[in-house]
Design a protein around this ligand. Structure first.
Ligand SMILES: Cc1cc2nc3c(=O)[nH]c(=O)nc-3n(C[C@H](O)[C@H](O)[C@H](O)COP(=O)(O)OP(=O)(O)OC[C@H]3O[C@@H](n4cnc5c(N)ncnc54)[C@H](O)[C@@H]3O)c2cc1C
Length: 452
């Protein structure tokens, strides 16, 4: 290898990692002195905004994932879980299993883009008992769970049990919770026609939100429109309500009391009988980051205004796994795909500046807008300061997100799925998909293959 050869290693194949690799390819496509490598656990990029539509069966599972290899020409790809990051020795070790040897990759420049995982806030047994909405497997598992509940409820004679089978509780009224509730209701109402013993009034979709409003970060009038629409569609939204526990068949809820309005501090406690709890109440950076030597705040790697880790020049952190302060608001940027992509562009630019000895750019970003869909062809959007409601917002959501899918063939497949959904009922075939992947038996390897 030439002495001057620079090795850029990107960890994570989500919005941040993919965008960063794409930009770096465009800068260094013909530069033989720069190698780019990307490592990710899955060999595909997952387009999360459409995950709730996979859970509702509107979009076919594989249509929202794009194989990473098909997106790049120059970038080398490793499908693997990262075991260890050593920024002192500039080595990243990939996990070895009984079937494959561990590998260690040496780098000159590193981009951390490992994203986030569901945050259960340490609530006892929640991870085991609740369904989540973060990965492709989560969406597939949830769809099959919902259909399973319909199958069981159809032939259930005990009215109390039947009701609990048909009650779905979603925790969290952010993007993921609201969109999942809307899509879930669509699926339940569409599928109901094949279940003659299930009536509309038997079905309950309930959202629990600890705050006094939904969709934090959204403009107030859009959020209150969304709340009205959800209620109109029969979705119950319990605000100022937090989940205390879930036994697997009963949710205990507690009202959050405002001490100013309720001086006596009288708190209402209630319970909901349900077999299915869907947890969308927050994310936290992945364990690989938490277990690393990098300094973190709220779990995210602390970076400077160039998105570089101060203690380790040449190491960048972007997307959900980073802690980037917005200098205008003095608050960290929220974990969104939009921010992840914007950070990726600046990290790639600054990497080029380091390699080519140019000027680095500071990260400054204002959101272009926000959008959410609420099911049944309605949504909310704010784009460049303009608020849109109902069908127009739903249509814009579809057009913008469709255009963001990286490959034409996938865009066409999604468009066909949406078109078919206009004319035909949802497929109610249930697959027996495993809820959690069986733990892999990782081989502790003293010796690893040194690749670079
Ligand atoms: C249901 C849902 C709907 C959403 N809707 C929107 C929306 O409408 N608009 C919006 O802006 N944002 C939305 N988001 C948020 C958005 O998905 C995230 O902010 C975005 O994915 C962050 O990008 P990232 O690259 O940082 O992380 P990710 O996209 O999560 O990518 C991280 C990557 O790292 C890989 N990885 C993690 N750990 C390891 C490891 N140890 N070894 C190897 N690889 C690893 C993962 O497999 C993944 O490929 C939504 C999220 C969800 C869950």
């Amino acid at each position: 290898m030439s002495q001057d050869k620079k090795r850029i290693l990107i960890l994570g194949g989500g919005f941040a990692g993919i965008e960063c690799a794409r930009k770096l390819e465009s800068y260094f496509m013909n530069d033989l002195d720069v190698d780019i490598t990307l490592v990710s656990e899955d060999n595909f990029f997952l387009f999360t905004p459409m995950l709730p539509q996979v859970a509702s069966g509107m979009i076919e599972t594989r249509h929202i994932i794009i194989p990473i290899r098909t997106l790049f020409i120059k970038t080398a790809f490793y499908e693997s879980k990262i075991k260890n990051i050593d920024p002192y020795g500039k080595i990243v070790t990939l996990e070895g299993t009984n079937e494959k040897r561990g590998i260690s990759l040496h780098y000159d420049f590193l981009v951390l883009a490992l994203g986030s995982q569901t945050n259960f806030f340490g609530i006892e047994k929640m991870e085991e008992r609740a369904y989540s909405m973060k990965t492709l497997n989560d969406a597939v598992v949830l769809r099959n769970r919902v259909i399973d509940m319909l199958e069981q409820a159809e032939n259930e004679n005990d009215p109390i049990l039947k009701k609990s089978l048909l009650t779905f509780v979603i925790v969290g009224a952010g993007f993921a919770g609201i969109e999942t509730a809307g899509e879930l209701m669509d699926l339940l109402l569409d599928a109901r026609k094949y279940y003659p013993h299930i009536h509309r009034e038997d079905i309950r979709v309930i959202i629990l939100e600890a705050l006094s409003f939904i969709l934090p970060g959204f403009n107030e009038s859009l959020a209150s429109f969304a709340l009205k629409k959800l209620k109109h569609r029969g979705i119950e939204v319990l605000l100022n309500t937090k989940l205390a526990s879930f036994s697997g068949s009963e949710v205990i809820i507690e009202e959050i009391v405002d001490p100013v309005r309720n001086a006596l501090n009288q708190q209402k406690i209630g319970s909901i009988q349900t077999k299915t709890l869907i947890w969308t109440a927050g994310v936290t950076p992945v364990d690989t980051i938490k277990n690393s030597v990098f300094k973190t705040s709220r779990g995210g790697v602390i970076v400077n205004e160039f998105l570089e880790v101060p203690d380790f020049p040449g190491v960048f952190a972007i997307g959900d796994c980073s802690y980037v302060i917005n200098t205008q608001t003095q608050k960290p940027y929220p974990p969104t795909a939009q921010n992840a992509e914007a950070e990726a562009e600046i990290a790639a630019y600054n990497l080029r500046s380091l390699i080519k000895k140019g000027q680095k750019k500071k990260f400054k970003y204002s959101s272009k807008g926000q959008m959410a869909i609420l099911g049944k062809r309605t949504g909310i959007a704010t784009i460049f300061g303009i608020n849109l409601y109902g069908f127009a917002a739903w249509w814009i959501w579809r057009s913008i997100y469709l255009s963001k899918i990286p490959r034409l063939d996938k865009r066409i497949r999604i468009l066909l799925d949406w078109t078919v959904d206009l004319f035909f009922d949802r497929d109610i075939a249930r697959l027996k998909v495993l809820r959690h992947e069986a733990p892999k038996e990782y081989k502790e390897l003293d010796e690893v293959d040194d690749v670079w």
